[in-house]
Design a binder for this molecule. Structure first.
Ligand code: FES
Length: 194
């Protein structure tokens, strides 16, 4: 199964973004395709996180940008060699939350930087954005059906229909800026029953 098919299956989209891009290729816009393909690759070590929206969109995301104790902020990885923001696939969008480092589980802390944990923002139920925050229980919340994920414990599911935790993206802080140290530690997106 190709990436477009996997993405469509996971998010329920009618037409994958890659298919749209390839359609453009047939109209003779090959350079556009090359650029688009480059911004769809998955995050890897060395990528820099940047704001995905708001007045700082495209700017590096620093530890200090994140309010202690939440809520989180949405971000995309950026390839520092080319300056390309990897926003060609919503599967690359992540949510970063700054928490008390001592509150993190040992496994979670291994991928955290100064208390900042970063997870895929794609819910494992039906792939809606995990873009909300429960300020009382300090949980990440899915915007569709309210599944809650504990950011202190590898984003395990603590409420709702999501069948699986969110994948963690390991990071470090370099001069305060969040830098990816490896790939997602699990599958991203929803898994449909056969
Ligand atoms: S899509 Fe997230 S709980 Fe349903």
């Amino acid at each position: 199964m190709g990436e477009a098919e996997r993405e469509r299956e996971a998010c329920g989209c009618g037409v994958g973004r890659r298919e749209v891009v390839l359609g453009a290729a047939l109209l003779g816009t090959l350079p556009v395709v090359a650029a688009a393909a480059g911004n769809e690759r998955r995050p890897k070590a060395g990528d820099v996180l940047v704001h995905s929206m708001g007045p700082k969109k495209g700017k590096p995301l620093s530890v200090e940008d994140l309010p202690p104790g939440g809520p989180g902020m949405l971000a995309f990885p950026m390839d520092p060699a080319t300056g390309t923001v990897l926003d060609g696939s919503r599967f690359n969008e992540v949510v970063a939350v700054r928490l008390d480092p001592t509150a993190l589980s040992e496994e979670t802390r291994k991928g955290a930087a100064d208390g900042v944990v970063v997870y895929s923002s794609i819910c494992s139920h039906e792939a809606c954005p995990v873009s909300m925050w429960n300020e009382y229980e300090h949980m990440l919340v899915c915007s569709c059906h309210g599944s809650m994920f504990d950011p202190r414990a590898k984003a395990k599911v603590v409420f709702g229909p999501a069948p699986r935790r969110l994948a963690q993206l390991p990071v470090k802080a370099e001069a305060g800026v969040l830098v990816v140290t490896g790939p997602f530690d699990g599958r991203i997106g929803a898994v449909r029953a056969a």
